[in-house]
Design a protein around this ligand. Structure first.
Ligand SMILES: CC(C)(COP(=O)(O)OP(=O)(O)OC[C@H]1O[C@@H](n2cnc3c(N)ncnc32)[C@H](O)[C@@H]1OP(=O)(O)O)[C@@H](O)C(=O)NCCC(=O)NCCS
Length: 180
């Protein structure tokens, strides 16, 4: 296992698209729903063209995963105003969504979460420069009473903004890929 000060760099990991041959049973997260998704739904969703799951391995061990799918943001309030001022009058704009993002409990706070967000930004930029328009990265952040485990703070630190404040459940957030 990595030592606390020894943060991950992109060269440390091997990234593979999920397939039926992968063994996922050792993966553990304090967010049980994210372990369950990986084991029970990720492959089926991928086969149904709903999402793609990227598995991150360190020395053969599955240390984290990220699931991506397409999305859109409905322009309302300040965001609508922001685009109106640029003479952009669409009701919605295209996005890439981080459907799930999870680091194994044994590898938390070693930089993997941040690297996976950077990976998603890279994918979104590849899409928008080579394949189809994609203005935002979106996600629904999981809340946790324990501040150390509340992912909203993690995403805010990486530049994401809250799209809609909600009292219960997840919080929709976005990153504008045009703003450096
Ligand atoms: C949220 C999660 C992905 C963060 O991954 P991680 O690998 O532990 O985070 P990193 O080491 O990449 O942290 C990057 C930065 O965010 C900070 N950070 C991480 N988690 C944080 C939190 N809960 N609150 C505030 N800051 C946080 C780190 O201190 C680090 O800051 P630094 O760059 O200034 O040192 C991980 O805790 C996780 O998998 N949680 C369970 C699943 C989950 O909540 N997923 C998100 C739901 S969509």
């Amino acid at each position: 296992m990595k030592q606390k000060k020894d943060r991950f760099s992109p060269q440390d990991v091997k990234i593979e698209i999920l397939n039926i041959g992968h063994n996922l049973t050792e993966f553990r997260s304090y967010e049980q729903e994210l372990t369950d998704f990986l084991l029970e739904d990720s492959l089926n969703n991928q086969n149904q063209k709903i999402s793609i799951t990227f598995l991150w391995f360190y020395k053969g061990t599955l240390v984290s995963y990220i699931t991506l799918l397409t999305d859109k943001i409905n322009l309302e309030g300040n965001l609508k105003q922001f685009f109106r001022e640029k003479d952009i009058h669409y009701k919605a704009l295209p996005a890439l969504k981080i459907g799930r993002l999870c680091v194994d409990d044994n590898y938390l706070r070693l930089g993997l979460g941040k690297l996976m967000v950077l990976f998603a930004i890279k994918k979104a930029n590849e899409i928008s420069t080579q394949k189809a328009g994609c203005r935002f990265l979106t996600l629904d952040a999981k809340r946790n009473k324990d501040k150390e485990k509340d992912s909203i703070h993690f995403y805010k630190k990486l530049g994401f903004k809250i799209l809609k404040k909600r009292k219960k459940g997840t919080t929709p957030m976005y990153l504008d890929l045009k703003i450096p």
